[in-house]
Write a protein that binds this ligand. Structure first.
Ligand SMILES: *Cc1c(COP(=O)(O)O)cnc(C)c1O
Length: 431
């Protein structure tokens, strides 16, 4: 069999890099394949090193909401590059960015820029602990908040025990104050508050869970968290690294009408450059150095090139609300058709969707939390994912990732993708 360029590059990659990749989600091991090494992208498309073209439903895991190489974003980045890549000093564009984020997400009264979503969450948790003088954090099973030590907690340890690290190299002490609760199960949160409410610094949640597929909050779940945090004086942190500026111009908090105390951002606010941010109530953010005693710093934080990219992307989203109505219409159309197709093929699979985020779960159970997400047939997903790749559709190589639509995806793109899926599922039925 002929060896592809991707296979050739991968062979060398594994010699020099763990697993041949710089982030485990890029590995194709779970679908029994090798990563496609990407040479370039444009609009809704990716091209790999072999010259294969794919319709891209990953969008760099969210940042490319406007599609790849949006001309305004490209231009602002090139202009910023010409002026210098980094100064390690204050710049005006950081202030412009902070104001724009506040205008679009009013709960963000003050903001601190960092370099990744991981860093944003790590810092927000520190600020919440500094502000409250408490140590314990509640997080939800199946929600991902980056790879900082205290967030790497796998649940299953039961609510009466302390969190157990979900990764080697994380000392027990780092997760001992992380208490896991079940997503969409307010009772599991109330139970923890009843026991140790006065020790809870923060509750952190993905308002729409988008790292176990896509799982929507049940009515009243986010409102219930808000109420509990207010009652006990704990900080409510919405991790909007995926949902921020995607589900609406004001993120999930605007869509659901629930106001967190702190919000973390990443992905879209960098438009493809490495950026994160955390922000919220003035009284909490004023605890952060240099005016407060919570230390947090960054050599490249607020980098002028990254700020230019994000500021331009947010500006477009702010000026053009029709982008969100189009994303909603396209999401409804695409995932609606997909669900109909699945039913017509007599398959019991589940489709969850909100706006431009969706997931086809290969399970017959309604997916509302981690336990139900875990019932998926990952082998069936792998076969589907590979079949789609072979037809030029690039899906995240994992059952537990979202499908990301962008503003560059047209009806024609979506129809081509649906046709590819239909071919696969029809063949499956005949077999
Ligand atoms: C991606 C993600 C993170 C981590 O962001 P990185 O930039 O990868 O460090 C944190 N929280 C959520 C909800 C995410 O989806």
């Amino acid at each position: 069999m002929m060896i592809t360029h991707s296979e050739e590059i991968f062979k060398e990659a594994v010699a020099y890099m763990p697993g041949g990749v710089n982030s485990p989600v890029r590995a194709f091991g779970s679908i029994g394949s090798v990563p496609r090494f990407i040479a370039r992208a444009d609009g809704a498309y990716l091209w790999d090193e072999d010259g294969n073209r794919y319709l891209d439903y990953v969008g760099s895991w969210g940042p490319m909401l406007l599609g790849h190489n949006h001309p305004s974003v490209q231009e602002s980045v090139q202009k910023a590059c010409a002026k210098g890549l980094s100064f390690g000093a204050a710049t005006k564009i950081e202030v412009d960015m902070a104001r724009r984020m506040h205008e679009m997400v009013p709960s963000v009264e003050m903001v601190r820029m960092v370099n990744s979503g991981t860093e944003a969450v790590m810092s927000a948790v520190r600020a919440a602990r500094g502000y409250t003088g408490r140590d314990k954090i509640i997080k939800f099973t199946g929600c991902y908040h980056g790879h900082s030590d205290s967030m790497l907690v796998q649940a299953g340890s039961g609510l009466m025990t302390h969190g157990v690290p979900g990764s080697a190299g994380v000392p027990f002490g780092c997760t001992a104050d992380t208490l896991p609760a079940d997503y969409n199960d307010l009772e599991s949160v109330q139970e923890i508050f009843r026991r140790v409410g006065e020790q809870i610094a923060a509750v952190i949640v993905e308002p729409v869970a988008a790292n176990m597929g896509v799982v929507l909050p049940k009515p009243g779940f986010l409102q219930g968290l808000r109420q509990l945090c207010t009652t006990y004086g704990s900080v409510l942190i919405f991790d909007e690294v995926i949902t921020g500026f995607r589900l609406s111009a004001g993120g999930a908090q605007q869509l659901f009408g629930v106001k967190p105390d702190l919000t973390t951002f990443g992905k879209i606010i960098g438009a493809g450059m490495p950026v994160g941010a955390y922000g919220g109530k003035r009284c909490i953010m004023e605890c952060v150095a240099p005016i407060g005693s919570v230390y947090q710093a960054g050599t490249l934080s607020g980098n002028p090139v990254a700020m230019a990219a994000g500021y331009t992307q947010l500006g477009i989203l702010k000026k053009r609300p029709e982008i969100y109505s189009m994303l909603e219409a396209n999401g409804k159309y695409f995932f609606g058709k997909l669900e109909k197709m699945i039913r017509a093929a007599g398959l019991p699979y589940q489709v969850n969707r909100i706006g431009s985020l969706g997931c086809l779960f290969f399970t017959d159970r309604e997916v509302t939390d981690y336990a139900s997400a875990k019932t998926c047939d990952t082998k069936a997903f792998a076969a589907y994912c590979n079949a789609m790749l072979a037809q030029g559709v690039y899906l995240a190589p994992s059952q537990f990732e979202a499908v990301f639509l962008s503003a560059a995806h047209t009806k024609e793109h979506l129809d081509q993708t649906l046709a590819a899926a239909e071919r696969y599922f029809c063949d499956l039925c005949k077999a």
